[in-house]
Write a protein that binds this ligand. Structure first.
Ligand SMILES: Nc1ncnc2c1ncn2[C@@H]1O[C@H](COP(=O)(O)OP(=O)(O)OP(=O)(O)O)[C@@H](O)[C@H]1O
Ligand SMILES: [Mg+2]
Length: 1010
């Protein structure tokens, strides 16, 4: 039910007629034709009326408008059915076929071309080169097949003289992968004879008129078809097409498809040979027959790659086996020679045509297709087969063609009418039976075993002895006398439209056709003398040799009698019908509006006749009473369950039928459906379309939903995995920690009893998590170890130990030697060993001083060399007590030269070397610079560390103020009475004792070289 077309154009679907009568049907058809609307639907069947003029309805815009749309969304069009067939194929992976029927000139071939053009246009959106090439070949094959298989007849300037069924194979993506062409019964008699006003096949005229002068001359031909017997009849006839340009197009198409240069040349050599053959004349006297045109024979021999003698022999004689392996050559009569020549010409053309189709098939067939990898390979078949024909003189070809149309009508009836009605019965749907004419009876009349016309013809052909066409007619008259669709003059003597012994009539579904029996047997036998087959098999041209494989057989070989033309045709049509029956069919029913090829004339009687025999009215009735769509409940539910809350995701109802009912009710089209036993029937496509639309809108949401659920599931899976990983990692870490503890415990279990308290025990490497813990434990152990060490030290040594620890800390490892390994005696001036001469005097002095200054402890005493701010250096004694720092004059009984309270000491500076220089930093920037000297104890003793350690320990523990100790790598800086001085240390050869000297910016301590 197409929209977008106003009612002024009539009803776009005959189903919408107010009353289904022939009058209304014809009125609508005529109105639409006159308004330029050549297509009308009956449901999804397209009725097409030949417009006989170019219509602007096949362009890119139209293709875009129909692409992917539903049938009733646009005005009726071939493109809509093509799209429906394509969609069914793609969506449901169904093989489909489009059957185009109608009488000669009704527009079937044109329709098939538009259908192919549409399919080519809507596929391969990604423009893949291989697919484009397949499409191109499929389209180009039309041009070639039309040139060789079509001819001008009195009914159609471009009449298909063969039947064509083309399968287009699609891959999983819906792109064409290849195809296959089946051809049916080429009307080869046309090669040698045409009815008045008709032409031979286009190829001859195109070749003669379109070939270049040189090319034509090289084939020993002239550019004029009237010169050749076989093309003379049609030479004057004009066609819609220009033979000259068509020839170029055909050669180009052959090249595009992939025919080689040699193959193309061979094709035209065969055409030329046929034309020459037609001009071969025979002369005969009483005994012999001879060829008049030996030049022509030479041309044939040259063009066919055979010996001229052999050609002559084949034309004049036939080899006959006489038994016992012997053969004789039997000369032809004049009549036989003509018959043989024509049969040879026909056979040459027929085999050429068959070879071209086979060659195209070889090229376009799907190669290397593996459904495992490429998905299901689906097919759309397009059938363009000759239409029903009634000529003035109807012969064997018309008989075959009309039989074929009976078969197709039968298929149509089967699929559209019969199956439909029987399905309603089966499903228990209320249904008023519609009568239609079932043409099975006519099909049987032709094809029934033993009783049918084909069987009778075969029987006659097989009989020994001379059976003539008239004898065969007699036999038919006897056997078929009672058949309601068969008659002849003998059976109805009063009917003067038929001749005795010549005509018989079949009442076809499309009308009565009177056939002339003349030539039936010959055509059915399809006799060709073996000699021609052998002649061609031995051709030096490999292409021609390939066309005649049966010429290989020797004449004495007994072969099975070949099947007759009628039986071959019958078998091929039965196979075709079987092929179509297993596909989902789409129909285009073509109607020819007039006999004059006029774009304005609508011949009511002619059209009504076609409407009647095509059974269109019955089609409308069945359609109107019927349902456009049906689907088993489960399938329907599966497809549309998401459109209803009660059925998504799964229904809880008793049966699928109830669930389907819920969907139907929710969408409010309960009046548009019927419930069968197993299927739901939907009357109008609109309801289905609504569902489809809703489904299409929901699919993205469902996809999102499924994606969401699946992503959630994935995330949860991942999360669980991560948790497991962490659990395992946790366990492992705990294990590592425990293992570390166990190891430490084991290694250190016995340290109390070890001599070194475990100092030599190596610590195991801790796991990363225990780094801090490890550092702390190591520290703890060290402390404990130190405690064990310290515990052993007698209290008398403690002071020294503390001082050493303080020195270690204060010097920070920066001083090379600090006397750590020796015993620190502190009060060296009082030491008898160090100062044997003066120690007693110093002891006296210090006793008095202690009394006087009330100090409780001597921190350090010793000799030193010191320098003052006047650059005067002198030997002095120093005494450091817990109260003061004393500068003493050793030469005057240690007279106190200077007393500096210890709390004015702010820090010390020493060098990082082994010299004994110390700068005592006193507050108010009046520092003291001295170099400690050793006594007798050991001349090379370091006492700087001892002085630093003792003072640092005293300040830290007793005074509780830190003492800044600076270890200077190069120069020591100090102030004397506020003035900055820099002191460096230099080694000097020959220097006996360390001594200061003035320098530019302060002092330099010169030390002995060793
Ligand atoms: N849709 C169309 N638009 C324009 N012209 C058309 C259309 N259909 C058919 N014709 C015209 O009608 C002529 C006959 O059509 P076509 O050859 O398709 O008939 P046919 O049914 O194949 O006949 P046959 O059975 O003899 O092969 C075409 O050559 C063309 O001139
Ligand atoms: Mg045709």
């Amino acid at each position: 039910m197409a929209e977008m077309e106003g009612l002024e154009f009539g009803k776009s679907d005959f189903v919408l007629l107010d009353e289904v009568t022939m009058d209304q049907f014809m009125e609508n058809l005529k109105l639409r034709f006159e308004k330029g609307r050549i297509y009308t639907y009956i449901g999804d069947v397209v009725v097409s009326v030949n417009p006989y003029k170019q219509m602007d309805i096949y362009g890119k815009d139209t293709i875009d408008a129909y692409r992917g749309r539903e049938l009733y969304e646009n005005p009726p069009h071939l493109y809509a059915v093509s799209d429906a067939a394509y969609k069914a194929m793609k969506r449901r992976a169904k093989d489909t076929c489009i059957v185009i029927s109608g009488e000669s000139g009704a527009g079937k071939t044109e329709a098939s071309k538009y259908i192919m053009q549409y399919i080519a246009a809507i596929t391969n959106p990604s423009q893949r080169a291989d697919v484009e090439s397949v499409k191109n070949m499929l389209l180009k094959s039309n041009c070639v097949l039309e040139a060789f298989g079509n001819a001008k007849t009195n009914r159609n300037d471009n009449s298909s003289r063969f039947g064509k069924y083309m399968d287009i194979n699609f891959n999983f993506n819906g792109d064409p992968m290849g195809g296959h062409i089946n051809n049916y019964l080429l009307e080869k008699s046309r090669v040698v004879q045409q009815q008045q006003g008709e032409r031979n096949f286009h190829s001859f005229y195109q070749f003669l008129r379109g070939g270049s002068a040189e090319a034509i001359a090289s084939y020993h031909l002239q550019n004029d078809p009237s010169v050749y017997v076989y093309t003379k009849e049609g030479a004057a006839a004009t066609t819609w097409n220009n033979d000259h340009s068509s020839h170029k197009a055909v050669v180009h198409a052959l090249e595009v498809i992939g025919f080689s240069k040699e193959e193309i040349q061979s094709i035209y050599q065969i055409l030329a040979s046929i034309l020459h053959l037609g001009n071969v004349r025979f002369a005969s006297d009483a005994e012999n027959v001879e060829i008049l045109d030996l030049d022509t024979v030479n041309h044939i021999s040259e063009l066919t790659g055979t010996g001229a003698d052999n050609v002559v022999k084949s034309l004049l004689y036939r080899t006959v086996a006489i038994g016992g392996g012997e053969v004789i050559e039997k000369g032809h009569t004049h009549e036989e020679a003509c018959f043989g020549r024509d049969a040879f010409a026909k056979a040459l053309y027929e085999r050429l045509f068959g070879w071209i189709v086979g060659r195209i098939n070889g090229i376009i067939e799907v190669k290397n297709y593996n459904p495992m990898f490429h998905g299901k390979n689906t097919v759309i078949g397009v059938l363009d087969i000759y239409g029903f024909e009634i000529f003035d003189n109807n012969s064997f070809e018309q008989f075959c063609i009309n039989y074929c149309n009976e078969k197709l009508q039968q298929l149509f009836i089967e699929l559209i009418l019969q199956q439909e009605q029987s399905e309603y019965n089966r499903e228990g749907i209320q249904w008023q039976h519609i009568d239609y004419f079932n043409n099975q009876i006519i099909v049987d009349l032709v094809e029934q075993q033993h009783k049918g016309i084909i069987s009778i013809l075969d029987e006659a052909c097989l009989s020994v002895g001379k059976v003539t066409d008239t004898l065969c007619l007699d036999s038919m008259d006897i056997k078929l006398a009672q058949h309601p669709h068969y008659t002849s003059r003998k059976l109805t003597p009063t009917d003067k439209t038929m001749d005795f012994q010549k005509h018989f009539r079949i009442r076809h579904y499309a009308g009565d056709v009177t056939y002339s029996i003349e030539g039936f047997l010959d055509k059915n036998r399809d006799l060709l003398f073996q000699d021609f087959k052998r002649l061609m098999y031995h051709s030096s041209n490999p292409v021609m040799k390939e066309m005649w494989p049966d010429g290989q057989l020797s004449i004495t070989e007994v072969t099975k009698r070949p099947l007759t033309a009628g039986t071959l045709f019958k078998n091929s049509i039965i196979a075709l019908v079987d092929k179509l029956a297993c596909k989902e069919p789409y129909y285009v029913r073509c109607i020819k509006p007039n006999e004059l090829k006029s774009p304005v004339l609508f011949d009511d009687a002619r059209c009504q006749h076609q409407v009647a025999y095509l059974g269109l009215l019955e089609n409308v009735m069945v359609r109107r009473a019927g349902f456009a769509y049906r689907q088993p409940y489960a399938r329907f539910l599966q497809r549309y369950k998401m459109t209803c809350e009660y059925t998504w995701p799964n229904h809880l109802m008793e049966s699928d039928r109830d669930a389907v009912e819920a969907i139907v009710r929710q969408h409010g089209f309960q009046d548009d459906v019927a419930y069968g036993h197993t299927k739901l029937f939907v009357r109008t496509p609109r309801s289905l379309f609504t569902l489809e639309q809703e489904r299409a809108a929901l699919i993205p949401i469902l996809v999102l939903f499924l994606q969401k659920v699946w992503r959630g599931a994935l995330a949860r899976m991942k999360c669980r995995r991560m948790k497991a990983i962490y659990a395992i990692m946790g366990c492992f870490k705990r294990f590592k920690v425990k293992a570390h503890f166990w190891e430490v415990e084991q290694r250190f279990a016995n340290v109390r009893n070890m001599a070194d308290y475990g100092k030599s025990v190596a610590w195991p490497t801790p796991p990363a998590a225990l780094n801090q813990f490890h550092a702390i434990t190591v520290m703890l152990h060290r402390r404990w170890w130190a405690r064990q060490m310290v515990k052993k030290i007698p209290p008398s040594d403690m002071l020294e130990i503390r001082a050493k620890v303080a020195a270690l800390t204060a010097l920070g490892g920066e001083r090379k030697d600090w006397g750590c390994t020796r015993a620190w005696e502190r009060d060296y001036l009082a030491s008898v060993r160090d100062c044997p001469q003066s120690s007693s005097a110093f002891a006296r002095f210090s006793r008095e001083l202690r009394n006087k200054d009330q100090y409780s402890q001597v921190l350090f005493s010793g000799f030193c060399r010191k320098i003052n701010r006047f650059n005067k250096s002198s030997d002095r004694g120093i005494l450091v007590t817990d109260k003061c720092f004393y500068k003493l004059e050793p030469k005057k009984q240690y007279k106190v030269l200077k007393r500096i309270p210890l709390d004015t000491l702010t820090g010390l500076s020493v060098t990082s070397q082994v010299d004994q220089m110390v700068a005592l930093h006193i507050s108010l920037q009046d520092d003291i610079l001295l170099c400690l000297q050793c006594g007798e104890l050991c001349p090379k003793q370091d006492r700087v560390g001892e002085l630093v350690g003792t003072l640092a320990d005293h300040f830290a523990r007793v005074r509780r103020t830190p003492l800044t100790v600076k270890v200077c790598p190069s120069a020591v800086r100090l102030h004397m009475r506020g003035k900055p001085k820099t002191v460096t240390v230099e080694t000097k050869e020959g220097q006996a004792n360390a001594d200061f000297k003035k320098s530019k910016d302060g002092f330099v301590l010169l030390v002995p070289a060793n």
